[in-house]
Every structure is written in C-alpha cells, then in structure tokens.
Design a protein around this ligand. Sequence first.
Ligand SMILES: [Zn+2]
Length: 223
Amino acid sequence: MISTSASTVPARRLVRDALLDAAAVLLPVRCAGCSVPDRSICSACLRSLVPQERSRTVAGVTVCSGLDYDDVPRAVLLSFKDAGRVDAAPALASALRSAVVAASAGEQVVPVLIPSTRSAWRRRGYHPTGMILSRSRVLVPPLWRALRLTRQTSDQAGLSSSEREHNREGSVVASARVAGRRCLLVDDIVTTGATLAEATRAITAAGGVVVGAATIAQTPRRR
Ligand SMILES: [Zn+2]
C-alpha cells in the first residue's frame, strides 16, 4: 500500500515549513539564488554558498576567495548588488570572512576596501562589499575610506583587459593612514586584476604594503 506524503514527512518539518510559508506571505520573497518563490535563500542555494577557499595570483597580488563566481554564488551576488537583495548579505559575509582569514595567514593585516564609483553609489545607495565586510566579523577593524577614486572610471564590465588597465590607471589615491601598515585589499570579485594593481600602486605610493587580497568570489579557472 502506498502511504500518503503527510504521514511520511516528519511533523516538525511540516510545522517549520508552515511557519516559513506564513512568513513568506507576510514578506513575499524569492530565493536570491534560484528564484523559487519562498525564502530569502533556499536551503539548496545556502549549501552552494558554504565557503571553499581558493586562491590565485592576479597582477602580482595573491587573491583568496570564498566562492567560485559561477552558478548560485554568481546569481546571489548579482541579486545582492543589483536587485537590492540585501537580505543575502549574511550568507555572502561568511564567504568573505573565510577569504580574509585565509589571506591574512595569521598576520594582523588591515582590510582596505576597493572604492566604488560615484555612479554605482547613486544607483545602489550603498557599497555592496562594504556592507558585506562590515558584517563579516573580521578580527582587525577595516581602514574605512583608505582608498579614494581621483576620477570616475567607466564601468569595468564589457571592457577588455587592456581597456580595464587604461581605465583604472592613476584613478586611485590612498590616504596617509595606510603608511607603515600591512594592508589586505577587499573586493567583491576579481576578474583581470587591473583594479587590484591600481590599488596596490596607490597604497605603495602612500607608504603602505599590500600583503594580498580577499574577495567574496573569483571567476573559476577554465575547466
Ligand atoms: Zn535557491
């Protein structure tokens, strides 16, 4: 005889699902990763956001990341950055935290955020990586606003790597507060590294040392 699903599903799970469904009615959301109409981030997508440390050297800087910029992490990061899904911040914060811990290698390095352009600020009203960083409970407090754009660069998306390099060249200046400090660059994702190279140049010029970089995700190596 075939039993009904209700009798095979544990009661506790039914209650939990009912509560979550009730919450979803009050605050209708879709999963920021796969868009199932339901919770902020569904349990399957949360599993894809469990940090797995990876590192590579880009533009002479060792970059540690918590996730591959692909599939679910990519979808969640894009919803967070461009669709106002700030509810995804805690899930992304653990990936950044793990990247910062790996990149610091037990050393007391001060996190320094890559600045965003004024147009990005206006569009979003917040600095996405800054919001994640402030929630990632890193050991050494970040040196907020240590880097500043001296001119507004065009959006990096859609530019070739040499165009990106040219776009960023001489565009960042570091505060005198970085002098004599060992700094860890923090950004959302790493692509060509033109931004990292420019930030490193600026920090070095101001008397600081860049020991590496930490990002939430990095583009996966070609399989
Ligand atoms: Zn999902």
